[in-house]
Write a protein that binds this ligand. Structure first.
Ligand code: EZ4
Ligand code: CO
Length: 402
């Protein structure tokens, strides 16, 4: 079998997505998500101009070899654009392998290690009172874990807080919009929110919070400590993580578990965090960390060091990524949680899939391959619209993380 064609599909059914579709000479097709929020066209070009020409004529069954060829062969290793492009190829090849074998991909990864994939939903609202109602809605829908984000008194907008029910889309303007941030106001407010939520919903509901990289290690240590009575499942992205040893300081001061990694692209970005046991959950994803092949390598390293998976699953990760993530999630020994934000109806129509939500769990598809596709005719009806993630400035105008 040979790769005969590989198409890059850019579409915007409510938000932008880039998808790679590989077609073999025997007519078997595979899909991979290649969406990099706010930088979509860079990946589309990387694929079209540099990867696709090298794929044509290759044997699609050689997944590992193709991964190594694209990673080592580029000379310029790592980085989000490169690793997202490699991820798309890798994911599509796993899809093809599953279809050829007549098995869902999780069977090729060793089969089930659990019945379903526990997911968490996003409760977000401008203030504490209204976020309680949002948490209740997720509990009613069956969710066993909920991420809680609120606005901060005195700040006009806060990243991570949606603009409507079940709707969360941080990428808006073509040129990044700007928001104002205050660490002091945030640190004073957040523990009060969680005290109310824990009080209202009791000890069983798993609660999570995303800091979106906005603190320094010592500030994150304080937040972690202040949140200890609320028993969080995790505090996410407490600090920007380029300086991996920075997490030692947080670790020294708090038992609040730490999750990080949604912006990581390779095992090298998290090697020290994992091997020094500085984190509890690694949030790397199929689409941004080199596909199923490389993500499994990261999760295997994590398993040796008491670190569980907690893959990113916001709306900019397409149903193709989610379908692939679920095959890994259900099969690995050290699964923790999977983030799950519902896509819009338009997105679900462009990417027909057969994974489903049931009683707080996502269940991977039982179809051969990944169990997801892209409807290219429908996709063509939604042209690309530039949209970027916002930036933050402190109250005096200084640029800040996120
Ligand atoms: O900022 O998906 O945990 N989820 C998040 C997301 C990310 C966006 C970036 O593309 O932090 O909202
Ligand atoms: Co996050």
């Amino acid at each position: 079998m040979k790769i005969e064609d590989a198409r890059v599909i850019v579409t915007s059914p409510g938000r932008n997505f880039v998808t790679l579709k590989i077609v073999t000479d025997e007519g078997v097709t595979g899909v991979g998500d290649a969406t990099l929020n706010g930088r979509e066209l860079a990946v589309a070009s990387y694929l079209t101009d540099h990867v696709v020409p090298a794929l044509l004529g290759r044997d699609p069954s050689r997944i590992e070899d193709t991964w190594q060829y694209l990673y080592k062969g580029a000379y310029w290793r790592r980085g989000p654009v490169t690793m997202t492009a490699i991820a798309a190829v890798d994911t599509a090849l796993w899809d093809i392998k599953g279809k050829v074998a007549g098995l869902p991909v999780y069977q090729l990864l060793g089969g089930r290690s659990r019945e379903g994939v526990t997911v968490y939903g996003h409760a977000s609202a401008p203030d504490t009172e209204s976020v309680l109602a949002e948490v209740a809605r997720y509990v009613d829908l069956g969710y066993k874990a909920v991420r809680v984000q609120t606005g901060v008194p005195g700040l006009q907008t806060t990243y991570g807080v949606g603009r409507g029910r079940m709707f969360y889309e941080p990428a808006d303007a073509a040129v990044p919009s700007e928001a104002t941030w205050s660490t002091e106001r945030y640190l004073a407010h957040t523990p009060q929110v969680f005290a109310r939520v824990r009080d209202e919903f009791g000890p069983d509901l798993r609660l999570l919070h995303d800091v979106h990289h906005r603190l320094t290690p010592i500030e994150a240590a304080r937040l972690g400590r202040d949140l200890e009575p609320c028993r969080l499942t995790w505090m996410e992205d407490p600090v920007p993580a380029e300086l991996q040893e920075g997490f030692r300081l947080i670790r020294k001061h708090t038992t609040t578990p730490i999750a990080v990694g949604e912006v990581f692209n390779t095992i090298w970005d998290c090697r020290q965090l994992i091997t020094e046991q500085l984190i509890d959950y690694i949030r790397t994803t199929v689409v941004h960390a080199g596909g199923i092949t490389h993500l499994r390598r990261i999760f295997d390293l994590a398993a040796l060091h008491h670190v569980r998976s907690g893959s990113h699953g916001a709306t900019d990760l397409s149903p193709v990524c989610m379908a692939a993530a679920l095959h890994l999630d259900v099969s690995i020994p050290n699964f923790g949680l999977q983030e799950y934000m519902r896509h819009t109806e338009e997105t679900d129509q462009v990417f027909p899939h057969s994974y489903r939500f049931e009683d707080g769990y996502l269940l991977p598809s039982e179809s051969p391959g990944l169990g997801v596709d892209v409807d290219e005719t429908l996709a063509a009806r939604y042209p690309y619209k530039p949209a970027s993630l916002p930036v933050n400035r402190l109250e005096d105008g200084t640029m800040h993380s996120w």
